[in-house]
Design a protein around this ligand. Structure first.
Ligand code: MG
Ligand code: ZN
Length: 221
């Protein structure tokens, strides 16, 4: 995977921001609430999104754009949940951008969607720099990435609305101090909601889903 952040000129970001604004307008027009989920490969993005979808789909029409470098493994996990799933193959790009999202939107009926998840490509660096037009930006890290992972990737946390520290059930096994990770996030982004989750602890998943619903309810279209 190539992290080409250093080579990107300002006009690439400007062009992206323009398209993101268009996406945002489109989402607003069709009353779609959008959630951009960022995080490294293996942090548990797909699992957390799937668990949220299972609960949300009882009350909301949910869809997902599954950003992936090549394979569509995540996309098939989502489509098994019986919701509209758009695999967004980014080729060798290591992030979703506003253009890929814009093109993906042609493949769904936005009027039939309340909440649209966008699972970003797995890395903690360049996805932070690409606005997709989303309402809510979530960053997921897992304890298995080590407790210095947060401070090593300040930008993605500084630009997030919610931070999730996942796989807390294995923190002791991997000798990681979860509270250090919480403190680091709070230092980088004071006041941000910080969730500690594990798919094995249902109450943490309920909290994760309720944070999304809270943000959805706070949005006025
Ligand atoms: Mg995934
Ligand atoms: Zn990238």
């Amino acid at each position: 995977m190539i992290f080409h952040i250093i080579d990107l000129g300002h006009d690439i970001f400007k062009k992206n921001d323009k398209l993101a604004a268009k996406n945002r307008e489109k989402f607003k027009k069709h009353k779609v609430f959008t959630v951009n989920v960022m995080g490294a490969i293996g942090s548990g993005k797909t699992t957390l999104i799937s668990l949220a979808i299972e609960k949300l789909k009882k009350e909301y029409n949910v869809a997902v754009i599954a950003g992936d470098v090549i394979a569509d493994m995540d996309a098939s996990r989502f489509s098994q949940l019986g919701i509209p799933t758009i695999p967004a193959n980014t080729g060798k790009e290591c992030h979703l951008d506003a253009n890929i999202v814009n093109q993906s939107l042609n493949r769904v009926n936005l009027d039939e969607i309340d909440i649209l998840f966008m699972e970003n490509v797995g890395n903690l660096i360049c996805p932070a720099d690409f606005d997709l037009g989303e309402d809510l930006r979530i960053v997921v890290v897992s304890v298995s990435e080590g407790d210095d992972i947060v401070l090593k990737h300040p930008v993605v946390f500084q630009k997030a609305d919610i931070a999730v520290i996942n796989k807390i059930d294995i923190a002791d096994a991997v000798d990681v101090d979860t509270e250090k990770m919480v403190k680091d996030v709070a230092y980088l982004r004071p006041g941000i909601p910080i969730l500690k989750t594990s798919k094995k602890q249902e109450e943490t998943i309920d909290l994760w889903v309720s944070e999304i619903i809270k943000a959805y309810n706070a949005k006025s279209f």
